[in-house]
Design a protein around this ligand. Sequence first.
Ligand code: COI
Length: 356
Amino acid sequence: MEITINLLPEEKRKRLELEGDLPFGRIFTDHMFYMLYQKEKGWHSAQIKPYEPICLDPAAVVFHYSQTIFEGLKAYYGVDGKIRLFRPDRNMARMNRSARRMCMPEIDEEFVLKALKKLVDIEKAWIPKEKGSALYIRPLMMGTEAFLGVKPSGEYIFFIILSPVGAYYREGFNPIKIYVTDKYVRAAPGGVGDVKTGGNYAASLAASEEAMKLGYTQVLWLDAVERRYVEEVGTMNIFFYFEDELVTPSLTGTILPGITRESVIQMAKDWGINVTERRITIDEVIEGARTGRLKECFGTGTAAVISPVGWLAYKGEEYVIAGGKTGPLARRLFDELTGIQYGEKPDPYGWIQFVP
Ligand code: COI
């Protein structure tokens, strides 16, 4: 498929707003990638065009039944002036995995990655140069057919938009405070907890709002069946570093298979750390925090990068981890990962792809 390119004249482009602390996901670049799907035609009308609102029928499936999936990745401005993407092939593969679960059409991964690189190249002036900032890339697919019956849509829109961003949490790389909820659950076995679909995030809002009112940044979810096993944070996967083991919950179908999670597991194993993916109870975590056996806790995600957790609240008690400071393992992982992403360190795993 050819990509039609229709760019705004220079004088109509927005003024770059890349100074100071960038908020997360509030500024958008001048152009977007866009393509359409119809059952009879497959994907068609691929184009890079000015960023603009999308007009949909009020009966569009996505509004009523949330048939939508998305991805999140970043383009980094390297210390050598080269533009890097971190494992974008993994995002493409995960998008198709999500599409299958949500009865949506698969994308041609190679074609979409090519389109994504083209768009980033066109918008490269929007990539912030400061380390810690990046151009966040948000691919999204939604069902747009207009009907009220519950069945998969026969029509879809796929788009990619770009947003220059700074740190996701206002704390930056400083430790955050996490609230463990046993009142709400995020995902049940057999559901869509391991799918990057909008509904998972909508369903998490009430718990996040309550946690924020109590002074916590995010919620740590427990499993839906016993409310005992730790799952994930919703915007990131979670790791616990005990004296002799780095533990992260295993992918049981209710946890998002994070690409940063996967990368951290690989790096830590290569450093000789005993990494295990297993079920871990909240009691084991609290016991570890109480006795000091739990040395560090941190979250991983594209938006969050490596985010140390300094405080955990559970059943009315607050537990301090690593003295509320960033621990050495979180620091080392952050330095290594961002070092690879910004081209300061070699990329021994072949994780980087360049733009153009
Ligand atoms: C990401 O880390 O890219 C995410 O998609 C999480 C969040 C911003 C929703």
